[in-house]
Design a binder for this molecule. Structure first.
Ligand code: CTP
Length: 412
Protein backbone atom coordinates (compact mmCIF):
# COMPACT_ATOMS: atom_id res chain seq x y z
CA UNK A 1 0.00 0.00 0.00
CA UNK A 2 0.97 3.65 -0.24
CA UNK A 3 2.00 5.07 3.09
CA UNK A 4 2.83 8.62 4.05
CA UNK A 5 5.20 8.66 7.00
CA UNK A 6 5.18 12.08 8.64
CA UNK A 7 8.12 12.67 10.94
CA UNK A 8 7.89 15.26 13.70
CA UNK A 9 10.76 17.25 15.18
CA UNK A 10 11.71 15.19 18.21
CA UNK A 11 14.77 13.19 19.19
CA UNK A 12 12.78 9.97 18.63
CA UNK A 13 12.89 10.75 14.88
CA UNK A 14 15.94 8.48 14.68
CA UNK A 15 13.85 5.48 15.72
CA UNK A 16 11.48 6.16 12.84
CA UNK A 17 14.19 5.11 10.39
CA UNK A 18 13.61 1.55 11.71
CA UNK A 19 9.85 1.96 11.33
CA UNK A 20 10.38 3.05 7.73
CA UNK A 21 12.49 -0.05 7.18
CA UNK A 22 9.72 -2.27 8.55
CA UNK A 23 7.23 -0.73 6.12
CA UNK A 24 9.48 -0.97 3.07
CA UNK A 25 10.58 -4.53 3.87
CA UNK A 26 6.92 -5.51 4.08
CA UNK A 27 6.62 -4.25 0.47
CA UNK A 28 4.92 -0.89 1.06
CA UNK A 29 5.63 2.27 -0.89
CA UNK A 30 6.49 4.95 1.64
CA UNK A 31 6.76 8.69 1.11
CA UNK A 32 8.42 10.38 4.05
CA UNK A 33 7.45 13.94 4.92
CA UNK A 34 9.62 15.30 7.72
CA UNK A 35 8.77 18.61 9.34
CA UNK A 36 11.33 21.38 9.16
CA UNK A 37 12.31 20.59 12.76
CA UNK A 38 12.57 16.85 12.05
CA UNK A 39 15.32 17.46 9.50
CA UNK A 40 17.43 18.91 12.31
CA UNK A 41 17.39 15.45 13.93
CA UNK A 42 17.54 13.16 10.87
CA UNK A 43 18.54 14.50 7.45
CA UNK A 44 16.52 14.29 4.25
CA UNK A 45 19.17 12.06 2.65
CA UNK A 46 18.46 9.31 5.20
CA UNK A 47 14.73 9.34 4.44
CA UNK A 48 15.33 9.39 0.66
CA UNK A 49 17.81 6.54 0.78
CA UNK A 50 15.66 4.35 3.02
CA UNK A 51 12.35 5.04 1.27
CA UNK A 52 13.59 5.22 -2.33
CA UNK A 53 11.28 8.21 -2.83
CA UNK A 54 12.00 11.94 -3.01
CA UNK A 55 11.57 13.78 0.26
CA UNK A 56 10.38 17.33 0.83
CA UNK A 57 8.25 19.28 3.24
CA UNK A 58 7.64 22.24 1.02
CA UNK A 59 4.40 22.83 -0.83
CA UNK A 60 6.52 24.65 -3.41
CA UNK A 61 8.56 21.60 -4.51
CA UNK A 62 7.18 19.65 -7.48
CA UNK A 63 4.26 22.06 -7.73
CA UNK A 64 3.19 20.60 -11.10
CA UNK A 65 2.43 17.31 -9.28
CA UNK A 66 0.19 19.13 -6.79
CA UNK A 67 1.82 17.20 -3.96
CA UNK A 68 0.01 19.05 -1.19
CA UNK A 69 -3.23 17.50 -2.43
CA UNK A 70 -2.08 14.30 -4.12
CA UNK A 71 -0.03 12.69 -1.36
CA UNK A 72 -2.84 12.74 1.21
CA UNK A 73 -5.43 11.69 -1.37
CA UNK A 74 -3.46 8.72 -2.61
CA UNK A 75 -2.27 7.46 0.77
CA UNK A 76 -3.84 4.24 2.06
CA UNK A 77 -2.39 5.11 5.45
CA UNK A 78 -0.75 8.11 7.10
CA UNK A 79 1.51 7.49 10.09
CA UNK A 80 2.91 10.36 12.15
CA UNK A 81 5.90 9.44 14.30
CA UNK A 82 7.05 10.97 16.48
CA UNK A 83 3.91 13.06 16.87
CA UNK A 84 5.26 15.99 18.86
CA UNK A 85 3.10 18.31 20.98
CA UNK A 86 3.48 20.94 18.28
CA UNK A 87 2.46 18.61 15.47
CA UNK A 88 -0.57 17.30 17.39
CA UNK A 89 -1.62 20.93 18.02
CA UNK A 90 -1.22 21.88 14.39
CA UNK A 91 -3.13 18.79 13.24
CA UNK A 92 -5.92 19.35 15.76
CA UNK A 93 -6.39 22.98 14.68
CA UNK A 94 -6.29 22.14 10.98
CA UNK A 95 -3.25 24.21 10.13
CA UNK A 96 -1.73 23.94 6.68
CA UNK A 97 1.60 25.68 6.90
CA UNK A 98 3.71 22.90 5.40
CA UNK A 99 3.41 19.81 3.20
CA UNK A 100 2.79 17.44 6.12
CA UNK A 101 -0.14 19.38 7.60
CA UNK A 102 -1.61 19.84 4.09
CA UNK A 103 -1.36 16.09 3.62
CA UNK A 104 -3.16 15.46 6.92
CA UNK A 105 -6.02 17.69 5.79
CA UNK A 106 -6.26 15.76 2.51
CA UNK A 107 -5.92 12.24 3.97
CA UNK A 108 -8.77 9.92 3.06
CA UNK A 109 -7.44 6.75 4.67
CA UNK A 110 -6.66 5.93 8.29
CA UNK A 111 -4.30 8.21 10.19
CA UNK A 112 -2.16 7.00 13.08
CA UNK A 113 -0.33 9.31 15.45
CA UNK A 114 2.48 7.86 17.59
CA UNK A 115 3.21 10.59 20.15
CA UNK A 116 6.56 11.18 21.83
CA UNK A 117 7.38 14.07 24.08
CA UNK A 118 8.27 14.88 27.67
CA UNK A 119 5.76 13.58 30.24
CA UNK A 120 4.58 17.03 31.30
CA UNK A 121 3.98 18.07 27.70
CA UNK A 122 2.00 14.86 27.10
CA UNK A 123 -0.08 15.31 30.26
CA UNK A 124 -0.68 19.04 29.67
CA UNK A 125 -4.41 19.74 29.24
CA UNK A 126 -3.70 21.45 25.90
CA UNK A 127 -2.07 18.31 24.48
CA UNK A 128 -4.73 16.03 25.94
CA UNK A 129 -7.45 18.24 24.41
CA UNK A 130 -5.72 18.05 21.03
CA UNK A 131 -5.51 14.25 21.30
CA UNK A 132 -9.23 14.12 22.17
CA UNK A 133 -10.04 16.31 19.18
CA UNK A 134 -8.03 14.13 16.81
CA UNK A 135 -9.58 10.94 18.19
CA UNK A 136 -13.09 12.39 17.95
CA UNK A 137 -12.43 13.01 14.25
CA UNK A 138 -11.49 9.38 13.74
CA UNK A 139 -7.70 9.51 13.92
CA UNK A 140 -5.93 6.83 15.94
CA UNK A 141 -3.58 8.19 18.60
CA UNK A 142 -1.39 5.67 20.37
CA UNK A 143 -0.62 6.04 24.05
CA UNK A 144 3.08 6.82 24.38
CA UNK A 145 5.20 4.20 26.08
CA UNK A 146 6.45 4.75 29.61
CA UNK A 147 10.15 4.67 30.37
CA UNK A 148 13.40 6.53 30.01
CA UNK A 149 13.00 9.90 28.26
CA UNK A 150 15.69 11.96 26.55
CA UNK A 151 17.18 13.22 29.79
CA UNK A 152 17.72 11.34 33.03
CA UNK A 153 14.02 11.32 33.88
CA UNK A 154 11.40 8.78 32.92
CA UNK A 155 7.62 8.59 32.59
CA UNK A 156 4.97 8.34 29.88
CA UNK A 157 6.18 10.00 26.69
CA UNK A 158 8.51 7.55 24.97
CA UNK A 159 7.86 6.73 21.37
CA UNK A 160 6.43 3.19 21.24
CA UNK A 161 8.90 0.74 19.68
CA UNK A 162 8.93 0.70 15.85
CA UNK A 163 7.57 -2.89 15.82
CA UNK A 164 4.67 -1.79 18.00
CA UNK A 165 3.81 1.18 15.76
CA UNK A 166 4.07 -1.11 12.73
CA UNK A 167 1.68 -3.66 14.27
CA UNK A 168 -0.76 -0.93 15.31
CA UNK A 169 -0.68 0.60 11.81
CA UNK A 170 -1.41 -2.72 10.12
CA UNK A 171 -4.21 -3.45 12.62
CA UNK A 172 -5.70 -0.02 11.90
CA UNK A 173 -5.68 -0.58 8.13
CA UNK A 174 -7.30 -3.97 8.65
CA UNK A 175 -10.13 -2.17 10.41
CA UNK A 176 -9.37 -3.43 13.90
CA UNK A 177 -10.54 -1.03 16.54
CA UNK A 178 -8.23 -2.38 19.23
CA UNK A 179 -5.16 -0.93 17.54
CA UNK A 180 -4.00 0.43 20.91
CA UNK A 181 -1.00 -1.46 22.16
CA UNK A 182 -2.37 -4.31 24.29
CA UNK A 183 -0.21 -3.55 27.34
CA UNK A 184 -0.13 0.27 27.06
CA UNK A 185 -0.02 1.79 30.54
CA UNK A 186 0.76 -1.55 32.20
CA UNK A 187 3.82 -2.40 34.26
CA UNK A 188 5.21 -5.88 33.66
CA UNK A 189 7.91 -7.38 35.88
CA UNK A 190 9.75 -10.41 34.50
CA UNK A 191 12.26 -12.57 36.30
CA UNK A 192 14.76 -14.17 33.94
CA UNK A 193 17.86 -16.35 33.87
CA UNK A 194 19.11 -18.79 36.46
CA UNK A 195 19.90 -18.08 40.09
CA UNK A 196 23.34 -18.95 41.49
CA UNK A 197 23.65 -20.21 45.03
CA UNK A 198 27.13 -19.64 46.46
CA UNK A 199 29.11 -22.32 48.24
CA UNK A 200 32.14 -20.16 48.86
CA UNK A 201 33.57 -16.98 47.24
CA UNK A 202 34.45 -18.83 44.00
CA UNK A 203 31.88 -21.64 43.66
CA UNK A 204 28.15 -21.77 43.25
CA UNK A 205 25.32 -24.15 42.42
CA UNK A 206 23.70 -23.00 39.19
CA UNK A 207 21.48 -24.21 36.40
CA UNK A 208 21.39 -24.21 32.63
CA UNK A 209 18.93 -21.36 32.08
CA UNK A 210 20.22 -18.93 29.43
CA UNK A 211 17.70 -16.16 30.12
CA UNK A 212 16.73 -16.08 26.43
CA UNK A 213 13.06 -16.76 27.09
CA UNK A 214 12.81 -14.08 29.78
CA UNK A 215 14.58 -11.54 27.57
CA UNK A 216 12.31 -12.41 24.62
CA UNK A 217 9.32 -11.90 26.92
CA UNK A 218 10.71 -8.53 27.99
CA UNK A 219 11.03 -7.48 24.33
CA UNK A 220 7.50 -8.68 23.52
CA UNK A 221 6.02 -6.89 26.57
CA UNK A 222 7.94 -3.72 25.73
CA UNK A 223 6.74 -3.88 22.13
CA UNK A 224 3.20 -4.31 23.41
CA UNK A 225 3.55 -0.91 25.10
CA UNK A 226 4.27 -2.04 28.67
CA UNK A 227 6.75 -0.55 31.08
CA UNK A 228 9.05 -3.51 31.65
CA UNK A 229 11.22 -4.37 34.61
CA UNK A 230 13.59 -7.29 34.28
CA UNK A 231 14.78 -9.03 37.45
CA UNK A 232 17.87 -10.49 35.88
CA UNK A 233 19.57 -13.51 37.44
CA UNK A 234 22.49 -15.03 35.52
CA UNK A 235 21.81 -14.65 31.78
CA UNK A 236 23.85 -15.53 28.71
CA UNK A 237 22.22 -12.79 26.65
CA UNK A 238 22.22 -9.04 27.30
CA UNK A 239 19.05 -7.38 28.56
CA UNK A 240 17.17 -5.54 25.81
CA UNK A 241 17.13 -1.74 25.53
CA UNK A 242 14.15 0.13 26.89
CA UNK A 243 13.62 -2.00 30.01
CA UNK A 244 14.63 -1.39 33.62
CA UNK A 245 17.09 -4.03 34.80
CA UNK A 246 17.42 -5.15 38.44
CA UNK A 247 20.37 -7.55 38.71
CA UNK A 248 20.09 -10.40 41.22
CA UNK A 249 22.19 -13.47 41.90
CA UNK A 250 20.60 -15.78 44.43
CA UNK A 251 17.05 -17.00 44.97
CA UNK A 252 16.87 -14.96 48.19
CA UNK A 253 17.92 -11.80 46.36
CA UNK A 254 15.38 -12.53 43.66
CA UNK A 255 12.70 -13.02 46.30
CA UNK A 256 13.53 -9.66 47.87
CA UNK A 257 13.44 -7.87 44.49
CA UNK A 258 10.22 -9.65 43.54
CA UNK A 259 8.40 -8.73 46.74
CA UNK A 260 9.62 -5.12 46.46
CA UNK A 261 8.26 -4.76 42.92
CA UNK A 262 5.13 -6.93 43.08
CA UNK A 263 2.87 -4.17 44.39
CA UNK A 264 3.14 -1.92 41.36
CA UNK A 265 3.27 -4.69 38.76
CA UNK A 266 0.10 -5.31 36.77
CA UNK A 267 1.72 -8.49 35.53
CA UNK A 268 4.42 -10.59 37.17
CA UNK A 269 6.08 -13.27 35.06
CA UNK A 270 8.29 -15.75 36.89
CA UNK A 271 10.34 -17.13 34.01
CA UNK A 272 13.57 -17.38 36.04
CA UNK A 273 14.93 -20.80 36.84
CA UNK A 274 15.06 -20.47 40.60
CA UNK A 275 17.22 -22.90 42.53
CA UNK A 276 14.95 -24.93 44.80
CA UNK A 277 17.82 -25.49 47.24
CA UNK A 278 20.85 -23.55 48.43
CA UNK A 279 23.88 -24.65 50.44
CA UNK A 280 23.05 -24.43 54.15
CA UNK A 281 26.42 -22.88 54.86
CA UNK A 282 28.30 -20.44 52.67
CA UNK A 283 31.98 -20.42 53.47
CA UNK A 284 33.60 -16.98 53.73
CA UNK A 285 36.82 -18.44 52.40
CA UNK A 286 37.52 -20.83 49.56
CA UNK A 287 36.87 -24.44 50.57
CA UNK A 288 40.25 -26.20 50.26
CA UNK A 289 40.86 -29.83 49.41
CA UNK A 290 42.93 -31.48 52.10
CA UNK A 291 44.53 -34.84 51.56
CA UNK A 292 43.73 -36.07 55.02
CA UNK A 293 40.05 -35.18 55.13
CA UNK A 294 37.02 -37.12 53.92
CA UNK A 295 35.00 -36.13 50.86
CA UNK A 296 33.15 -32.90 51.61
CA UNK A 297 29.40 -33.09 52.14
CA UNK A 298 27.20 -30.21 51.05
CA UNK A 299 24.01 -29.81 53.02
CA UNK A 300 21.21 -28.09 51.16
CA UNK A 301 18.23 -26.19 52.51
CA UNK A 302 15.02 -25.30 50.68
CA UNK A 303 14.68 -21.89 49.06
CA UNK A 304 11.34 -20.14 49.43
CA UNK A 305 8.93 -20.61 46.53
CA UNK A 306 8.80 -17.06 45.19
CA UNK A 307 5.93 -17.65 42.79
CA UNK A 308 3.78 -19.07 45.52
CA UNK A 309 4.65 -16.16 47.81
CA UNK A 310 3.75 -13.64 45.12
CA UNK A 311 0.35 -15.29 44.81
CA UNK A 312 -0.14 -15.20 48.61
CA UNK A 313 0.84 -11.52 48.81
CA UNK A 314 -1.46 -10.68 45.90
CA UNK A 315 -4.38 -12.55 47.41
CA UNK A 316 -3.82 -10.87 50.77
CA UNK A 317 -3.80 -7.40 49.14
CA UNK A 318 -7.58 -7.42 48.71
CA UNK A 319 -9.15 -5.30 45.98
CA UNK A 320 -5.86 -3.64 45.00
CA UNK A 321 -4.48 -7.05 44.08
CA UNK A 322 -7.47 -8.27 42.15
CA UNK A 323 -6.33 -6.96 38.82
CA UNK A 324 -2.78 -8.23 39.09
CA UNK A 325 -1.87 -11.18 36.93
CA UNK A 326 0.77 -13.71 37.97
CA UNK A 327 2.34 -16.02 35.43
CA UNK A 328 4.48 -19.04 36.30
CA UNK A 329 6.65 -21.27 34.19
CA UNK A 330 6.96 -25.01 34.58
CA UNK A 331 9.73 -27.16 33.23
CA UNK A 332 8.46 -30.73 33.14
CA UNK A 333 9.84 -33.96 31.80
CA UNK A 334 6.97 -36.31 32.63
CA UNK A 335 7.70 -39.80 33.98
CA UNK A 336 6.09 -43.16 34.57
CA UNK A 337 3.81 -41.59 37.22
CA UNK A 338 2.29 -38.95 34.97
CA UNK A 339 2.58 -37.01 31.73
CA UNK A 340 3.83 -33.45 31.31
CA UNK A 341 0.38 -31.85 31.24
CA UNK A 342 -0.91 -33.75 34.25
CA UNK A 343 2.07 -32.61 36.32
CA UNK A 344 1.69 -29.06 35.01
CA UNK A 345 -2.03 -28.92 35.81
CA UNK A 346 -1.24 -30.04 39.37
CA UNK A 347 1.48 -27.38 39.61
CA UNK A 348 -0.92 -24.67 38.42
CA UNK A 349 -3.37 -25.58 41.19
CA UNK A 350 -0.62 -25.90 43.80
CA UNK A 351 1.04 -22.58 43.02
CA UNK A 352 -2.22 -20.68 42.48
CA UNK A 353 -0.91 -18.48 39.66
CA UNK A 354 -3.25 -17.31 36.88
CA UNK A 355 -1.31 -18.69 33.93
CA UNK A 356 1.30 -21.43 33.78
CA UNK A 357 3.54 -21.69 30.74
CA UNK A 358 4.64 -25.29 30.42
CA UNK A 359 7.89 -26.29 28.79
CA UNK A 360 8.52 -29.91 27.98
CA UNK A 361 12.19 -30.32 28.84
CA UNK A 362 14.74 -33.00 28.15
CA UNK A 363 18.51 -32.97 27.99
CA UNK A 364 18.47 -31.31 24.54
CA UNK A 365 15.31 -29.25 24.89
CA UNK A 366 14.69 -25.61 25.80
CA UNK A 367 17.79 -24.59 27.75
CA UNK A 368 19.85 -22.23 25.61
CA UNK A 369 17.87 -23.02 22.45
CA UNK A 370 16.41 -20.34 20.19
CA UNK A 371 13.16 -22.16 19.58
CA UNK A 372 10.59 -23.38 22.01
CA UNK A 373 7.25 -25.08 22.24
CA UNK A 374 4.94 -24.41 25.17
CA UNK A 375 1.43 -25.01 26.41
CA UNK A 376 -0.27 -22.18 28.31
CA UNK A 377 -2.59 -23.36 31.08
CA UNK A 378 -5.06 -20.96 32.68
CA UNK A 379 -6.93 -21.02 35.97
CA UNK A 380 -9.73 -18.93 34.48
CA UNK A 381 -11.02 -22.07 32.84
CA UNK A 382 -10.16 -21.50 29.19
CA UNK A 383 -8.50 -24.53 27.63
CA UNK A 384 -4.80 -25.13 27.11
CA UNK A 385 -3.22 -23.07 24.33
CA UNK A 386 -0.20 -24.27 22.40
CA UNK A 387 2.49 -21.93 21.08
CA UNK A 388 5.66 -22.86 19.26
CA UNK A 389 8.34 -21.23 17.15
CA UNK A 390 11.23 -18.95 17.95
CA UNK A 391 11.41 -17.72 21.52
CA UNK A 392 10.33 -14.31 20.14
CA UNK A 393 7.22 -15.86 18.54
CA UNK A 394 6.38 -17.87 21.64
CA UNK A 395 6.85 -14.74 23.77
CA UNK A 396 4.55 -12.70 21.52
CA UNK A 397 1.88 -15.42 21.93
CA UNK A 398 2.32 -15.43 25.73
CA UNK A 399 2.14 -11.62 25.93
CA UNK A 400 -0.93 -11.57 23.71
CA UNK A 401 -2.59 -14.15 25.98
CA UNK A 402 -1.65 -12.03 29.00
CA UNK A 403 -3.33 -9.03 27.33
CA UNK A 404 -6.51 -11.11 26.89
CA UNK A 405 -6.42 -12.28 30.52
CA UNK A 406 -5.95 -8.70 31.76
CA UNK A 407 -8.99 -7.61 29.76
CA UNK A 408 -10.90 -10.53 31.24
CA UNK A 409 -9.84 -9.48 34.79
CA UNK A 410 -10.88 -5.87 34.10
CA UNK A 411 -14.37 -7.03 33.18
CA UNK A 412 -14.83 -8.97 36.42
N1 CTP B 1 9.84 -20.87 41.26
C1 CTP B 1 9.89 -19.93 42.28
N2 CTP B 1 10.64 -20.17 43.39
C2 CTP B 1 11.30 -21.34 43.53
C3 CTP B 1 11.23 -22.30 42.50
C4 CTP B 1 10.50 -22.04 41.38
O1 CTP B 1 9.27 -18.87 42.14
N3 CTP B 1 12.01 -21.53 44.62
C5 CTP B 1 9.00 -20.59 40.09
C6 CTP B 1 9.69 -20.63 38.76
O2 CTP B 1 10.18 -19.36 38.38
C7 CTP B 1 8.57 -21.08 37.83
C8 CTP B 1 7.73 -21.99 38.70
O3 CTP B 1 8.05 -21.62 40.03
O4 CTP B 1 7.76 -19.98 37.42
C9 CTP B 1 7.90 -23.48 38.49
O5 CTP B 1 9.17 -23.92 38.80
P1 CTP B 1 9.61 -25.46 38.66
O6 CTP B 1 11.03 -25.53 39.08
O7 CTP B 1 9.27 -25.96 37.31
O8 CTP B 1 8.66 -26.20 39.66
P2 CTP B 1 8.84 -26.55 41.17
O9 CTP B 1 7.92 -25.71 41.95
O10 CTP B 1 10.28 -26.46 41.54
O11 CTP B 1 8.31 -28.03 41.27
P3 CTP B 1 9.07 -29.39 40.95
O12 CTP B 1 10.51 -29.21 41.34
O13 CTP B 1 8.33 -30.34 41.79
O14 CTP B 1 8.89 -29.64 39.49
Amino acid sequence: MRIVLGVGGGIAAYKVASLLRLFTEAGHNVTVIPTEAATRFVGTATWEALSGNPVSNSVFDGVHQVNHVRLGHEADLVVIAPATADLLARAATGQAGDLLTNTLLMAHGPVLFAPAMHTEMWQHPATQANVETLRSRGAAVLEPATGRLTGADSGPGRLPEPEAIFDAAIALVQGQTDFQLPLAGRTVTISAGGTREPLDPVRFLGNRSSGKQGVALAVAARNAGATVRLLAAHMEVPPPPGVEVVPVETALQLREAALATAGDSDVFIMSAAVADFRPAVVSDTKIKKRDDSADPVITLVRNPDILQELVEVRNAAGPSGQHRLIVGFAAETGDSQGDVLAYAEAKLQRKGCDLLVVNHVGSDKVFGQDTNSVVILSRSGSGPQEASGTKAEVSAAIISRIGDELNHLALN
